[in-house]
Design a protein around this ligand. Structure first.
Ligand code: ADP
Ligand code: MG
Length: 42
């Protein structure tokens, strides 16, 4: 199992779009991908 973190404190920097497209690409290569969104309380 590999853990890939996509992090940036700033919003709107493309974290979600990268996570979704990366996990879709991995699934097309027969990997299983789980996205866990983690956010801080601001
Ligand atoms: N490389 C990019 N080129 C053009 N638009 C982008 C790019 N990355 C993100 N966006 C757009 O910017 C907005 C915010 O991206 P999002 O992935 O939701 O950011 P975050 O999750 O970091 O808040 C979305 O509308 C997304 O489609
Ligand atoms: Mg997001």
């Amino acid at each position: 199992m590999k853990i890939i973190s996509i992090t940036n404190q700033k919003g709107g920097t493309g974290k979600t779009i990268v996570a979704v497209n990366l996990s879709n690409a991995l699934s097309l290569k027969d990997y299983k991908a789980l996205i866990i969104p983690i956010g801080s309380v601001s």
